[in-house]
Design a protein around this ligand. Structure first.
Ligand SMILES: Nc1ncnc2c1ncn2[C@@H]1O[C@H](COP(=O)(O)OP(=O)(O)OP(=O)(O)O)[C@@H](O)[C@H]1O
Length: 627
């Protein structure tokens, strides 16, 4: 179906109040890029700006799905009503403006699920009712949300990230304002009688909302008080009874079970990993139990951070677990603790290069590191044959999964600005490691895309850093990334710049979408690595075949992408003397980032709704970078 056909089908579903409002939408007179309200870039429709046309009828989303480059929709100031259109089918949409219409429905909870690129959502001045859909707070990139002047009820959902712009004023919301929003302007919450807590001056008196009606009748007041008191006493009694039953059952069960066995649940970490903190292979049940009792005093988790709630090794072993993957040194498991925290436990075999004191000293050093691009180690457990590292579970998983895994799942891949931001963050994390672990030859030593995790804002977090001194030398040389560098392969040496080479390979991976470990390619005879493959194709200018198609449309960004590719290649210089050092590499990426940001401001200020939107003036490559 051509874009013209899709647009005409879409037009059919609309009732156009303003006479001749869409008269120009006629395929015989003009190509669609000349039609009113149709915004094109390179002859593809990327925006629809149909405002003030007295539109009613329905919005045919299926027809709009034929517009593959569509990123922005504005139907502001019309008369649209009826069920909320299934905009989530347009999963690449970046901005949606429905302000000043007549929608008077409840928006389904999952209305925005899967809209991973949505940045702006303006629904103000309609009559939307019901709760704010939870999928709004789940949208990772949504930074500009206007819901004011509607009839939304219930609590404000817990935002996973703080939006840059938010307006919830003049609705019927109740309850405390989530902490993450407490520093925003009061005005954005005004006109909701039931809201309380900062930034409003109304204090929250109960976990829910403050009383909305003043209680003038003292009799009514005291009976209400008695009622609450009775409810509290009844609740306390029920809790005590339940606790009693739990303690009783626990005691009975403990009598039947050896002290350190895990919960019988088939998915506990202990069952899944086969990990056992006491040596219980031999001996009678009683001697095992004695040994176990003794171990419980000595086998504690060592916590490296004060900001985390402590828990016991037992809690970890008993928690239900799911394997995340098996790396070079052992598996990593995701576990859910009873306090609700989702943790990752990574097993390390081959970690006996240091004796226990040196090991503990090194762990303390790693525990003192604190940077926004490093995933902190929360705790560790020391046992001669293997160690456990515990850290937070990072929801979005690894960069490797996003680059090489999401395509098969049909999920949108990372776009160019996100990729640039990730490599910049990785560089910053590395620079910090180099400053704070100056005695290590390769302060990271194991940089690869599965060791870069992405938080909810797609900011990178480095893991598995600073391990070389404690990994058995032979295994380190066999398995760790630093030992795959040209200087190690050719001269058996690792230097500070070895991490820069790792960064370079990561940059090339993120730009080409090629997995470094699939080099040298089996079907080719050459011994080339990813860097030499890129060099063999790159002729100093934009070369389509070199770059990851999953990055989506990159029009207008070619120059930036080529610049980053050059930085990547300079980091991969085989001659260590000519290779950039980490500071230079980070500076070059920061410069690139600054150039982008300057270009980006225009996009926001000249976007469809504010400008005529007909030209691509001010449209940074970020605005049109998806396919
Ligand atoms: N804290 C975490 N949160 C979410 N995913 C994680 C976390 N730690 C590790 N992973 C993911 O679990 C998988 C297994 O990780 P693991 O570190 O065991 O192996 P690896 O990174 O593939 O190899 P290596 O052992 O060489 O580091 C990887 O995909 C990794 O990205």
């Amino acid at each position: 179906v051509s874009e013209t056909e899709s647009l005409l089908k879409f037009k059919k579903s609309l009732v156009i109040g303003k006479t001749n409002g869409l008269e120009s939408w006629d395929d015989k007179k003009n190509p669609p890029c000349k039609w009113i309200g149709v915004l094109c870039h390179r002859a593809s429709v990327w925006g629809l700006q149909l405002e003030n046309l007295e539109l009613s009828g329905s919005v045919d989303i299926d027809a709009l799905m034929g517009l593959k480059s569509l990123r922005s929709i504005s139907f502001m100031n019309n008369k649209l009503r009826g069920p909320f259109p299934e905009f989530k089918k347009l999963s690449a949409l970046k901005s949606l403006y429905l302000s000043n219409n007549q929608f008077d429905v409840t928006i389904p909870k999952d209305a925005f699920d899967g809209m991973g690129w949505l940045k702006k959502l303006h629904l103000e001045h309609n009559k939307f009712s019901g709760e704010i859909p939870a999928s709004i707070v789940r949208s990772p990139k949504l930074l500009d949300i206007r819901l004011d002047g509607n009839r939304f009820t219930g609590h404000i959902p817990e935002f996973t990230h703080k939006p840059l712009k938010l307006n919830l004023s003049n609705n019927a919301l109740v309850g405390p304002i989530p902490k993450i929003l407490s520093t925003m302007d009061q005005k954005l919450f005004e006109g909701n009688k039931g809201l309380c807590g900062k930034p409003l001056d109304t204090k929250c008196y109960s976990p829910y909302s403050i009383s909305q009606e003043p209680m003038s009748n003292p009799k009514k007041k005291s009976s209400k008080f008695l009622y609450i008191l009775a409810a509290v006493v009844a609740a306390l009694a029920a809790i005590l009874i339940i606790l009693g039953v739990i303690i009783f059952l626990n005691r009975r069960r403990k009598k039947k079970q050896p002290l350190l066995s895990a919960e019988p649940g088939p998915t506990s970490l202990q069952m899944r990993s086969g990990f056992n903190e006491s040596e219980r292979g031999q001996g009678s049940y009683h001697s095992q139990n004695r040994a176990a009792k003794k171990m419980i005093h000595t086998t504690k988790l060592t916590f490296l951070r004060d900001d985390k709630e402590n828990f016991e090794l037992q809690d970890l072993l008993k928690a239900s677990a799911e394997i995340l993957g098996s790396g070079c040194f052992g598996g990593s498991y995701k576990t859910l603790l009873t306090n609700g925290s989702m943790m990752v436990v990574k097993r390390f075999k081959h970690m006996n290069n240091a004796d226990i004191e040196e090991f503990q000293e090194h762990m303390k050093r790693l525990g003192r590191l604190n940077h926004e691009n490093l995933l902190p180690i929360v705790a560790y457990y020391y046992k001669k044959e293997e160690k456990l590292f515990v850290c937070d579970f990072i929801e979005k998983g690894s960069l490797a999964a996003h680059l090489h895994g999401n395509i098969s799942l049909g999920q949108p891949s990372l776009d160019w600005p996100t990729r640039l931001n990730i490599v910049k963050g990785v560089g910053r994390g590395l620079l910090y490691l180099h400053k704070n672990l100056p005695s290590l030859m390769a302060p990271h030593g194991h940089l690869k895309s599965s060791n870069v995790l992405l938080n909810e804002k797609f900011e990178p977090l480095l893991t598995d850093y600073g391990l070389i001194p404690i990994i058995n030398e032979e295994k380190a040389q066999e398995l760790m990334v630093a030992y795959k560098s040209p200087e190690y392969l050719e001269q058996s040496r690792v230097t500070k710049k070895t991490d820069v080479w790792g960064l370079g390979i990561l940059i090339l991976e993120i730009l080409t979408g090629k997995f470094p470990e699939s080099f040298p390619q089996v079907d080719k005879e050459s011994e080339e690595d990813l860097a030499s493959w890129v060099r063999s194709i790159f002729k100093g200018e934009w070369t389509e075949e070199l770059f990851d198609q999953e990055m989506g449309k990159t029009s207008n960004c070619e120059a930036e992408i080529v610049k980053l590719l050059r930085v990547g290649l300079s980091c991969c210089e085989v001659d260590v003397e000519k290779r950039l050092d980490i500071r230079e590499a980070v500076e070059k990426m920061e410069d690139l980032m600054k150039e982008r940001e300057q270009g980006d401001e225009d996009f926001y200020s000249t976007y469809a709704s504010e400008a005529d939107g007909r030209s691509s003036r001010g449209v940074s490559c970020e605005g049109i970078n998806l396919s």
